[in-house]
Design a protein around this ligand. Structure first.
Ligand code: 13P
Length: 254
């Protein structure tokens, strides 16, 4: 049974002071039993990770710390970059790789994504690999083709026993930050397709891999999305900036 996973991706929002308040505000909304039902992750900017680690550690909160990006090398002359080892030392347990904003604005391609996925796994960080088609690709009937290419690029040369540990986030680019969520049936169709692609090469891992939906998820649409059998959680941007609305997404059954 795959445990649902709700991840707040703050993108470039929030100072480390905001982080302190946000985590405390979220924890007031949550009951211990909520964490039994759902894994909760927060991905603040790099500058907030240390603060988040301290606040989470002080109250022993069962919140997973997630980084938004990493570099594939262990260390070296890479000004402005951060390695998996550096993240691990801050109790980061997951890292988002290949977000569409990084693909579109920072030139990340499938090869870069693959290097990052391998670097993360080698350091025992679990990658949350974001994939998704753009509107023009969807309109041209190429959505599945794009997904297939991004998925096989990300998973290239990953040992079979590691594949089940990876989290995939299906984020159709046209649904990100637009308020236009994919219809639950459409999100389910694409996510089922992703799972079947994984199954064709890694039958056991396909049942373990958690596949999240991302793109304008909020407390109002989360229940319908989570009712779909292959949708295992959410990667939540805008709605996660307010701890109350993130809590609303986490408690999707209420
Ligand atoms: P929004 O929830 O703001 O659409 O962002 C989704 C996303 O990109 C999460 O990574």
């Amino acid at each position: 049974m795959r445990k649902p996973f709700m991840v707040a991706n703050w993108k470039m929002h929030g100072t480390h002071f905001d982080t302190m308040q946000w985590i405390q505000a979220l924890s007031y909304q949550m009951e211990p039993s909520d964490y039994d039902r759902v894994d909760v992750g927060v991905a603040p900017p790099f500058t907030s990770l240390r603060t988040a680690q301290i606040v989470i550690g002080a109250d022993d909160l069962p919140i997973h710390l997630v980084a938004q990006n990493l570099h594939w090398a262990d260390k070296g002359a890479y000004t402005g970059e951060v390695s998996a080892a550096m993240l691990s030392k801050l109790s980061v347990s997951y890292v988002i790789v290949g977000h569409s904003e990084r693909r579109q604005m920072f030139g990340e391609d499938d090869r870069t994504v693959n290097r990052k996925v391998r670097a993360a796994l080698a350091a025992d960080l679990l990658p949350i690999v974001a994939i998704g088609e753009q509107l023009e690709e969807r309109d041209a009937g190429q959505a599945e083709e794009v997904i297939n290419r991004q998925l096989s690029g990300a998973l290239a040369r990953i040992p079979a026993e590691q594949v089940g540990r990876i989290v995939i986030a299906y984020e159709p680019v046209w649904a990100i930050g637009t308020g236009r969520t994919a219809e639950p049936a459409e999100a389910q169709k694409m996510i089922r397709h992703i799972r079947s692609r994984i199954r064709s090469r890694h039958p056991e891992a396909a049942e373990e891999v958690r596949i999240l939906y991302g793109g304008s998820m909020n407390p109002g649409n989360v229940a319908a999305l989570m009712a779909k059998p292959d949708i295992d959680g959410g990667l939540i941007g805008g709605a996660s900036l307010d701890p109350h609305s993130l809590a609303g997404c986490v408690k999707y059954w209420t």
